[in-house]
Design a binder for this molecule. Structure first.
Ligand code: AMP
Length: 277
């Protein structure tokens, strides 16, 4: 496995890889969710490139950029054990050299949900992913359903900018109690960690209501709020019952639907979702 950080070394190493390339972009501090993406890429492509880059432009001014967990050594040994050829860990200066001024923005899809609360987040995500696509030239790129809006936005960007790349979205990997794996789970105290299972309980309760025939968006949202309200450590930021493709809030559920939420456990902001239909 080659670990490179400069753009020159990445390009040189990339040129030696013949055959299909799968890209797995990450911010590191890897867990089973990330590893599931890498394993899927290994199954479907001849070579896999993993990128590790805590992208400053997708963090807001009051977010956790400076405290975001990092452990490159552990990440490298996990990746190596999966038989990955190439790991790219660029510095901020490599990705955003002095004088940097070019941005990629997806419009309507970035406005609701996460975009409404984190107004510069998706511009940072799409810009860095476009740069990762250009540098690594993959045939397929792997993302997690955990960040459902991000996956939708990247699919849109890929189509709009004619990247010849297939976007593969992989299922959410969860802990035994249903908590979606996330690098940010490390921030949780023991009490908060226990309480964090409430996100999946709320999503599951709404799914049960849907399966029992409920189709009113507002009642589905209320169901999720009720369950979240039962956990005193959880502070809801939003719950959503939206069209899977447009992310517009639904009055009545008809087709494929995304139930999603953002919830604070203490200072830690967690997101989760589930798809209906
Ligand atoms: P991150 O390092 O948080 O930027 O995540 C890198 C990729 O891993 C993104 O495409 C995420 O959606 C995906 N991912 C994160 N957590 C999970 C999870 N629990 N299950 C599946 N994919 C995940």
């Amino acid at each position: 496995m080659r670990n490179v950080s400069s753009l020159y070394d990445l390009r040189t190493a990339r040129l030696t890889l013949k055959g299909t390339i799968g890209l797995v972009p990450t911010m590191g501090y890897l867990h089973e969710g990330h590893l599931s993406l890498i394993k899927r890429a290994k199954e479907e492509c001849e070579h896999v490139i993993v990128t590790i880059f805590v992208n400053p432009t997708q963090f807001g001014p009051n977010e956790d950029l400076s405290t975001y967990p990092r452990d490159l050594e552990r990440d490298s040994s996990l990746i190596q054990s999966l038989g990955v050829e190439l790991v790219w860990n660029p510095s901020v200066e490599v990705m955003y050299p002095p004088g940097y001024q070019t941005w990629v923005e997806v419009e309507a899809l970035t406005r609701p949900l996460e975009g409404a609360l984190r107004p510069t987040h998706f511009r940072g995500v799409t810009t860095v992913v476009a740069k990762l696509f250009n540098a690594t030239q993959p045939d397929k790129a792997y993302f997690g359903q955990k960040d459902a809006q991000q996956a939708a936005v990247i699919r849109q960007m890929t189509r709009d900018l004619n990247f010849p790349i297939e976007i593969v979205v992989c299922p959410i990997v969860r802990e035994a109690d249903g908590l979606a794996m996330s690098s940010r789970n490390k921030y949780l105290s023991a009490e908060e960690r226990k309480a964090a299972a409430v996100l999946f309980r709320a999503l599951s309760a709404a799914k049960e209501a849907y399966e029992a025939g409920e189709r009113e968006g507002e009642l589905i949202r209320r169901k999720m709020k009720e369950v979240l309200a039962g956990e005193p450590l959880a502070q809801m930021q939003y719950v959503s019952c939206a069209d899977y493709d447009t992310l517009a809030e639904l009055d009545v559920i008809e087709g494929r639907t995304l139930l999603s939420m953002a919830v604070f456990l203490g200072k830690t902001r967690l997101i989760d979702n589930i798809v209906l239909g």
